[in-house]
Design a protein around this ligand. Structure first.
Ligand code: ZN
Length: 157
């Protein structure tokens, strides 16, 4: 596995629509492993392939319940509302208030291209919405209410 470089806001790759994954090739398996490693190293709760410069519909998420890999994900149900702080590994040190559904169900494929559904509330619902936006070329800053604010990290090395 290897760490990938996280692309930062302003990089045009973050504004492009990603392509569907047709089959799991060894290259895609390595990409997924690298995305997980990169996400954990950066202490993020989610990462989308375009954030490492790859325009494919793959996201990794871990809100503390273990790794989730979503390939070609689609939100099939969403309801409720939550408003809270949201940040992005492509815009380090910043956050902003974003309103998202409080509950979502997404359908996706796993690393064996088996279809499955994932249901999330609160942080997981927010993470799913945020990461799926990346696949359409959107950053959360497009939906921010008010100004971005600085986030301070404790115990930074
Ligand atoms: Zn993001």
């Amino acid at each position: 596995m290897a760490l990938r470089t996280i692309r930062l806001q302003g990089d045009p790759v973050l504004n492009k629509v990603c392509r569907e994954v047709k089959e799991i090739t060894p290259k895609i398996q390595i990409l997924i492993e690298d995305m997980l490693e990169t996400m954990y190293e950066a202490e993020g709760v989610g990462l989308a392939a375009p954030q490492v410069g790859i325009l494919k519909r793959i996201v990794t998420i871990d809100v503390g319940d273990g790794p989730l890999v979503l390939i070609n994900p689609k939100i099939i149900e969403s309801d409720g509302e939550q408003t809270g702080g949201e940040g992005c590994l492509s815009l380090p040190g910043k956050a902003g208030r974003v309103t998202r559904p409080n509950h979502v169900i997404a359908r996706a494929y796993n690393e064996k291209m088996e279809e499955f559904e994932v249901e999330g509330t609160e942080l997981l619902a927010r993470a799913i919405c945020h990461e799926l936006d990346h696949l359409e070329g959107h950053m959360y800053t497009e939906w921010v209410e008010g100004d971005l604010y600085d986030v301070e990290y404790e115990d930074e090395e």
